[in-house]
Design a protein around this ligand. Structure first.
Ligand code: FE
Length: 182
């Protein structure tokens, strides 16, 4: 059973992630690997590294992500990703994935310099995702047990768009995925 999901995730990352990551200069697979590598370098726990590797798995499940992006449609990939992951992983993996879009809206509301550093594609999707959080939304977000992990993931997510960054390979990170299965 666990071999099947490991196989499936590594197959998705190997074969389905060749498309450019929504208007960025890296492919979806490079983006996933860079996000996981940044977490690993920062000394994050295996489950958070796994969440980083798989935070956009919802995009790999949608064949028409690029079309949705071009057509100004929010596919809610964080919910799609969480619904897929919840079958195999606990909250420490699933919650940061589910919350990583809200974390962007949170950071836009609470950190002035954050918005200025967002890529053009990310500013574009922010509008579709509801814009910066209101004060009430900020309060609700901070009540979530995993909000800090979601914010850490988000910061690495934003940095994981560097065409010159090299990372360990998929197999390397699949060790963390295997370790994180519930
Ligand atoms: Fe991402």
């Amino acid at each position: 059973m666990t071999e099947i999901i490991i196989e499936r995730i590594s197959h998705m990352l190997t074969n389905k992630g060749h498309g450019l990551y929504g208007g960025e200069a890296v492919t979806q697979t490079e983006h996933a690997l860079q996000c996981a590598a940044l977490a690993e370098n920062a000394g994050a726990k295996p489950k958070l590294i796994t969440a980083c590797l798989l935070h956009d798995v919802g995009h790999l499940l949608e064949d028409d992500f690029e079309l949705a992006h071009a057509g100004n449609e929010d596919m809610c990939h964080e919910d799609l990703g969480e619904a897929f992951l919840i079958k195999w992983f606990g909250e420490e993996v699933c919650q940061p994935v589910k919350l990583h879009v809200d974390a962007k809206r949170y950071l836009c509301a609470t950190n002035d310099r954050y918005f200025d550093k967002l890529s053009q594609a990310s500013v574009h999707s922010l509008k579709l995702q509801g814009g910066p959080m209101s004060d009430d939304e900020v309060e609700t977000f901070e009540a979530n047990t995993y909000y800090k992990e979601a914010v850490r993931l988000r910061v690495w997510d934003d940095l994981a768009k560097d065409p010159d960054l090299t990372t360990p390979n998929i197999a390397h990170f699949m060790n963390y995925v295997a370790e994180s299965l519930s």
